[in-house]
Write a protein that binds this ligand. Sequence first.
Ligand code: C2E
Ligand code: SIN
Ligand code: SIN
Ligand code: FE
Ligand code: FE
Length: 382
Amino acid sequence: MEKEEDLFTHQDTLANLHENLPLTEKLRFLHQVIRQDFSFIDRLAIALFDEQTEMLKTYTHSTEGSDNPVTTYEAPLSAAPSLRTIIEHRRPRLVQDLNIFSHGTHEHTKRIAARGYRSSYTMPLYQSGAFIGFLFFNSLQEHPFTLATLRQIDIYGHLIALMVINELTAIRTLLAAVRAARSMTHYRDLETGSHIDRTAHYARLIARKLAASYKISDEQIEHIFLFSPMHDVGKIGIPDNILRKPSKLNDNEFDVMKTHPEKGREIIDSVLKDFSLGTFGHVDILRNIAEYHHEAIDGSGYPKGLKGEEIPIEARISAVADVFDALTSRRSYKAAWSNEEAFAVLRKMSNSKLDRDCVEALISNVDKVLEIQQHFRDDELI
Ligand code: C2E
Ligand code: SIN
Ligand code: SIN
Ligand code: FE
Ligand code: FE
């Protein structure tokens, strides 16, 4: 009969994947494992496809530090014929010598080649048959991939694909549940679809601008983009007579209104529990945005009275996106302000209420702000 110690001699090399880690950390871990067998693989990266805009955007990568050639980058898929071909054929592409792409090709490829990468294996990722993005295996060597290695690399590729799908499904489920809850209350009448889109895009604009100085990763930027519009979900728990009051709130009413961040956090936590999603990587970004988007830099905000850096950066970013869109939109109790008036108020609020860097990031990008406003107009009346 075997002894206990014989039964437990093998340590599962992929055991870390059991842990509740953000996708980027799982990818870094898998990269190390892959390198034990295929030392020539110097970089793994994932780019996601946005169906709505047909843009391909950087999502995450396994290279440590700031050495990544293509962060915070987004380009239309139509600008990358070689990548489009991969989708059309539904097959991976092997490029043993990236020099063949050194002329007139996608910005992404140029940056990869400029950074010294010489070869690449690109797998298209699918969810239920629909294309969702690419997985790149890059090497600094030329011609390192053989048929035998590719067979094993494919297996890792599909494992990574499942991890990505798992993460995206969790996010979609969460957003769908929150939207469903919202659509069953009168709160839905107060916020139009375009408000949701604008808030998301303003928040992303700010996050991208601050990415380098605040070390915000592409994965975090994407979550800030997706979750910022959910900041006011707690308003579904505010009585209609207060929520829809066509004039100024009195102090008592405002006290009730001020419970919406905590209510939001509770709603999110209960959705996470009901759908057993408590554990996916960046769920705290959503929690923090819901709970802390009315905190103020000087500590005068609510619910907790947090100060400065105690307020998570995602909440500081969402606060600016929220206030700017609230000011430039018509509400039942106020008219819409012009961008210039709104910028002036934001400037005045910066350092006391709002984070100065976040305000600057928005104001210094007037062109993009106008683009977002043109793209997502309020055509329905509130
Ligand atoms: P909201 O409409 O999404 O506004 C978000 C934040 O934008 C506000 O947070 C405030 O910081 C800023 N904001 C909005 N409108 C104005 C404005 O006319 N002037 C200035 N200086 N800032 C503005 P706040 O104050 O904590 O309010 C939270 C929520 O309470 C608002 O969300 C809104 O739903 C409600 N609310 C606030 N004031 C009134 C009011 O007088 N009447 C009604 N019916 N609701 C109000
Ligand atoms: C491309 O063809 O743009 C992809 C290059 C790579 O990252 O492997
Ligand atoms: C952005 O959202 O960062 C760019 C502007 C746009 O989406 O229109
Ligand atoms: Fe709010
Ligand atoms: Fe709001």
